[in-house]
Ligand binder design. Structure first.
Ligand SMILES: [Zn+2]
Ligand SMILES: [Zn+2]
Length: 368
């Protein structure tokens, strides 16, 4: 099967699915809840060495968010984990990678199907014919399903419908803004969103060319890279990229330095999947968003999921409604989690907990 779909291919193949996607009333991009244009003039990525030849490409905060990437140098080409939300971001990282090695990029791994982790694949595919794009079998399916959630071909179509409306709203907000700071912020966000729409219109998404349905070890040149499939979590197709010798793991959004995005997730499975991950020997985590973290951050992040689920079950047993939970639980869990989950400008505790409660209510309490 070809690895690149055009928008037209997709429209022909799934017109009905597109109509269904357009009918969704919420535009809920993973990880783009809050605007932040403060650092828009800075470099898009900071390449941070975490071990010899292993880098965390930490994304600067943007209104149209980018994920982090992991960059793994080997003597048989470079492996890049995740490709951000748009080709221009992937190109920015590609150029940074070229400044540290002359090796070609031979492999991309997509940790999951969300828009901000795969929409830049095409840059690498175009630059390196023969590029291998690796993902779980389930992630590849999600990328081509009409109803998978916040990513994939269908989601590009959905964004093409919704981003113009977002631009219109930003324009209206800008017209009525009076505070100079607020105006500057809205202007920057509007510019980013217009540029993003243009990239969406030109997008020629590159799908995975190789899928795995269980944990595998790749021996790439001198480097041992394990792709771990440990169960459902942030999505039903998450993989973790584990470097046993260097004791580093790249986690995608199954473990981040922000509040989790749960809309396409499986909260109770997620806890068990993180239990399984914890059994591996590693010291550093390259998360999907936020900064490089020590292993003990896993327990903190998992603790939030565990405590949220337990608090919701308890409240439900006491007869609380969803609205009551949304009123009481944020303050109840704040002492333990607000500070640690609000260390970055995006994905902060108060921005996301309401949505987390709504989603967990459907998935854990109502078992929808
Ligand atoms: Zn993400
Ligand atoms: Zn995600």
């Amino acid at each position: 099967m070809g690895s690149s779909w055009t928008r037209r291919d997709f429209l022909i193949k799934s017109g009905a699915a597109l109509a269904a996607a357009q009918a969704l009333e919420h535009f809920d991009p993973c990880c783009a809840m809050a605007a932040d244009a403060i650092t828009a003039g800075e470099e898009l990525f900071e390449l941070k060495p975490v071990a010899d030849g292993i880098y965390a490409a930490i994304a600067a905060p943007r209104y149209k968010v980018n994920c982090n990437a992991a960059v793994i140098l080997t003597n048989d080409g470079v492996v890049v984990v995740d490709s951000h939300s748009k080709p221009s971001a992937a190109l920015a990282l590609y150029r940074e990678v070229q400044s540290i090695t002359k090796q070609p990029i031979k492999r991309i791994i997509n940790t999951h199907f969300h828009w901000d982790h795969w929409q830049g694949n095409q840059v690498y595919a175009q630059a390196f014919p023969g590029l291998e794009i690796i993902a779980s079998e389930r992630t590849r399916e999600n990328l081509t399903r009409p109803d998978a959630g916040s990513g994939g071909i269908a989601y590009i179509e959905k964004q093409l419908q919704l981003v113009p409306k977002e631009i219109e709203k930003l324009g209206n907000d800008l017209a009525s803004a009076t505070d100079p700071g607020q105006k500057a912020r809205l202007e920057a966000n509007l510019r980013q969103t217009e540029a993003y729409l243009e990239e969406l219109r030109q997008m020629k998404p590159a799908l995975p060319t190789r899928t795995v349905d269980q944990t595998v070890t790749l021996n790439v040149g001198d480097r041992e890279i394990r792709i771990l499939l440990l169960g459902r979590g942030h999505t039903d197709g998450d993989v973790f990229i584990y470097l046993p010798k260097e004791k580093v793991v790249a986690t995608g959004d199954a473990l981040i330095d922000w509040m989790p995005f749960m809309n396409d997730g499986y909260p109770e499975d997620w806890v068990r999947t993180l239990d399984a991950l914890e059994k591996f020997e590693f010291t550093q985590i390259i998360p999907g968003h936020g900064g490089v973290m020590p292993k003990q951050q896993l327990a903190f992040f998992r603790g939030y999921l565990t405590d949220l689920i337990a608090a919701m079950k308890k409240a439900d047993a006491e007869g609380a409604s969803l609205d009551e939970m949304k009123r009481t639980l944020p303050d109840l869990l704040a002492a333990k989690y607000e500070q640690g989950m609000s260390r970055h400008p995006l994905g902060q505790y108060r921005d996301r907990i309401g949505l987390n409660i709504e989603v967990a209510y459907q998935k854990v309490i109502r078992k929808a």
